[in-house]
Design a protein around this ligand. Structure first.
Ligand SMILES: C[S@@+](CC[C@H](N)C(=O)[O-])C[C@H]1O[C@@H](n2cnc3c(N)ncnc32)[C@H](O)[C@@H]1O
Length: 221
């Protein structure tokens, strides 16, 4: 089932945001150092929601460029961080900036490549898995086209037994990560763990096992 933008806009309106982690995701601090990035470099966070991981990235010296459909999520992010954002419009986007954060509010597939031309890395947690398989292909292609070839990707993905629930999240096991990125990227698993006990919502929906895996993807020469 393709998910329309309205699906996500309504979830934010209803406060149905069980995916949001108030403390952020600890696979980020555990795995980020292996990317070896220069201080001050820019990180792209697609489908960023109001993720606290953006605060961690900024606290570790990065400029953060987010992309998010929901204006409510973007408002919440700046308000919760106590930041007053400058706002400008460009094409179909409203772009909000404060301190190290720039969030492009609109459809990630419309992001202009020049907005991402100095990105040193991509951080994806709950972005790829938020998309149905048909859009996952478009997303992988978009990343390959829009970020510099030198940019690594830290991907945090989820996998559960086939067909147990209809996504999101969409189960995205290593075979699917390979199918999406294997032609363009070297893929390394850097962390993997069972997360069922921490995911009551998915458990309640009928998921019986849940694996969360961190991958570092580097573009092939
Ligand atoms: C599962 S949430 C994950 C949010 C965030 N990465 C986190 O870890 O909390 C997916 C987010 O992607 C946003 N989204 C979905 N489709 C999008 C699109 N095409 N462009 C930009 N944002 C999108 C949704 O509004 C939602 O906030």
């Amino acid at each position: 089932m393709p998910l329309t933008p309205d699906f996500w806009l309504e979830r934010w309106q209803k406060g149905d945001i069980g995916f949001h982690q108030a403390e952020g995701n600890d696979l980020l601090p555990r795995n980020w150092p292996s990317l070896n990035l220069a201080p001050g470099s820019a990180v792209f966070v697609p489908l960023c929601g109001k993720s606290h991981d953006m605060v961690w990235l900024a606290g570790n010296g990065h400029r953060v460029i987010g992309a998010e459909l929901s204006p409510l999520a973007v408002d919440d992010f700046f308000r919760e961080q106590g930041l007053e954002a400058d706002t400008r419009s460009t094409g179909p986007f409203v772009v909000r900036t404060a301190g190290p954060f720039t969030i492009w509010c609109g459809d990630v597939f419309e992001m202009p490549a020049d907005a991402l031309s100095d990105v040193a890395a991509v951080y994806d947690r709950a972005a790829l898995v938020a998309l149905p398989p048909s859009l996952q292909q478009r997303y992988a292609k978009k990343l390959a086209e829009a970020v510099p070839a030198s940019a690594s990707i830290l991907l945090v993905s989820l996998a559960y037994p086939d067909g147990q629930i209809s996504g999101p999240p969409f189960s995205t096991p290593s075979e699917q990560v390979s199918a999406l990125f294997g032609a363009t990227h070297e893929i390394r698993v850097t962390d993997s763990r069972d997360r069922l006990e921490q995911s009551q919502n998915l458990k309640d929906r009928g998921v019986t096992s849940l694996e969360e895996t961190a991958y570092v993807l580097k573009r092939k020469a």
